[in-house]
Write a protein of this length. Sequence first.
Length: 90
Amino acid sequence: MADSIPPRDWLLRVWDDEAVAFDVASGDTHYLRPLTRALFQTCQADPGLDAATIAARTATALGVALSADFLNAVDDGLDSLRRIGLLQAP
């Protein structure tokens, strides 16, 4: 499934490898842990990637192996980004 960046307004504040995302439309603020932030950056840089490509590119960017644990964490992170509205499935 390919993801895209939503058309709504979001503000992102970054500290080192962590971030907070603010949804201007709803007023909600969300903490992005380092992996979730890296996943969002990967999707933002190249919208429309499938989950396997997002995982591979993020692993490369973070310098980690594509282990089963990492892939599970990627799935959880992408689900989290979709749930809060930072990513939308087509």
